[in-house]
Unconditional design. Structure first.
Length: 275
């Protein structure tokens, strides 16, 4: 791993830890990620972490479109189980796509060697990203039954949800075609329009702002703030009088910044993030 940005050993260790944790599509993607700056690695890390669901109890809000779905009657039991799991603070990540654990970064696409349709190019360009989460800030959860390894079968329809640190909004039940046919984005925009109208009107933005690299602008801005905080913390640890604190490593736990002594296991500082 190169150090062209002249990172301290502590921040180099953090960068190596993040690169090792982000699931990449192949060795080419792994090498591409290793060559990026700390800030760029953190952008990809935050985008990946936002695709996951941090386990914590959440209030559940169920929009009418869920029960109005043609899939609801057949999957009401599974939806109720997911609601109870959210309220209990269970690990919801087994319900997500397996790609969040295997293809969180796919590197930039090379120029196509054969002609591609627009749909084919879009599909390839979103490899290693979650288009639904990036463009409309929604997750999709599989409604298949629990399997022996605690994962959820990738069969049947999908429950679309908007997830915040303290709430899970069940938006609708659809299928994989709902990614492209406007089902989810249309529901969200119509409901936001209605809310704005009830409050006297106003301009509704079309969703999260997206960079040309296929990440949310807010992920880029958060990464910039985190990098500044990391450099400040790194300097403070380096200049600390106590050897145990001076020897601390810096790690990211979700988007919390953590300073801990790996020998003793003691955590000396945690700067809470937003996830």
């Amino acid at each position: 791993m190169t150090n062209s940005e002249m990172l301290s050993p502590r921040l180099l260790g953090l960068k190596a830890d993040l690169v090792a944790r982000i699931p990449t599509r192949n060795q080419i993607a792994q090498a591409d990620l290793e060559a990026k700056s700390l800030s760029e690695v953190i952008i990809r890390y935050l985008s990946w972490q936002a695709r996951l669901v941090r386990p914590r109890p959440r209030e559940v809000v169920i929009w009418p479109e869920v029960q109005a779905s043609s899939h609801y009657q057949a999957y009401a039991g599974e939806i109720a189980n997911i609601e109870n799991a959210f309220r209990a603070g269970d690990d919801m990540n087994p319900y997500l796509s397996t790609q969040v654990r295997t293809h969180a970064y796919a590197a930039d696409l090379p120029p196509p060697t054969v002609p591609l349709t627009n749909d084919e190019w879009v599909k390839r360009n979103w490899r290693g990203k979650d288009r639904m989460r990036v463009t409309v800030d929604a997750h999709h959860l599989h409604l298949g039954g629990k399997q022996a390894d605690s994962s959820v079968a990738r069969s049947g329809p999908l429950l679309f949800a908007g997830i915040t640190p303290d709430r899970a909004f069940f938006l609708t039940v659809g299928n994989h075609a709902s990614f492209d046919d406007g089902t989810v984005s249309g529901i969200m925009h119509d409901r936001l329009d209605a809310i704005l109208a009830s409050q006297g009107g106003g301009a509704m933005l079309g969703g999260p702002m997206v960079t040309l690299g296929g990440t949310q602008v807010q992920d880029v801005m958060r990464a910039d703030r985190i990098v500044k905080a990391l450099h400040k913390l790194d300097e403070a640890l380096t200049n600390h009088a106590e050897p145990d604190v001076n020897a601390c490593v810096i790690r990211l736990d979700w988007d919390d910044i953590v300073a801990r002594n790996e020998t003793s296991g003691q955590e000396y500082m945690r700067l809470s993030g937003q996830l």
